[in-house]
Design a binder for this molecule. Structure first.
Ligand code: FE
Length: 204
């Protein structure tokens, strides 16, 4: 099945918002070709097979994540998580948060570096496959959350702000077993402008 034929299915594959080589040397074009075109796309293809002729077939992806379980949840959440993950990077990243998010980080974690170190430690120590999240509640309080496999703060009624993919497929081509190094380098292309927008949208 080609990507163009998948695009006409129930849930569509979202293209990367930058060129495959745009995040080099921190995330390589080879990693993004595998991560986006193989891993993420496979979750979408599998999800479309699973939801055909079910009540999920007409739902937006986020609603499927919130209301499903089992294999449909796993593939829907992985599809959603990856769109969210790819969207947060930019070759022209804004390197610091501003405004309300900057204040919340400094209130709760002291400094931006303090937050990044804590999230990096969560990512380095999460056992097996999963995601480390920065999320917010509806009042703007921040949480660092480690989740196994496809799990997401969406189902805890929290609002995701940053996703760190610690499945081996996210880093193994570039960093081999050095997961912590991959996260330290990831911060260099994380676009805090997107994170600011996600945070500001909570109380908009
Ligand atoms: Fe991934």
């Amino acid at each position: 099945m080609t990507l163009s034929s998948v695009a006409t299915a129930l849930i569509t594959i979202v293209e990367l918002p930058y060129a495959y080589d745009a995040l080099e040397p921190f995330i390589s074009a080879e990693t993004l070709h595998f991560h986006h075109d193989k891993h993420y796309a496979s979750y979408v293809v599998k999800l479309n097979e699973l939801i055909e002729d079910t009540r999920y077939a007409t739902m937006p992806l986020e609603e499927i994540v919130r209301t499903s379980e089992g294999a449909i949840f796993n593939n829907a959440a992985q599809a959603w998580n990856h769109i969210f993950y790819f969207e947060q990077f930019s070759p022209h990243a804004q390197h610091h948060p501003t405004g309300a998010l900057k204040r919340a980080i400094e209130d709760q974690f002291g400094t931006l570096e303090g937050l990044k170190e804590r999230m990096t430690t969560h990512a380095a120590t999460l056992f097996g496959s999963g995601w480390v999240w920065l999320a917010s509640d509806k009042d703007g309080r921040l949480y660092i959350i480690s989740k196994s496999n496809a799990d997401t703060p969406l189902t805890d009624d929290l609002i995701p702000l940053i996703a760190i993919d610690v499945w081996e497929h996210a880093y193994y081509i570039d960093y081999r077993n050095m997961r912590k190094s991959s996260v330290e380098e990831m911060w260099k292309v994380l676009n805090w402008r997107i994170v600011d927008e996600r945070y500001d949208a909570i109380r908009a």
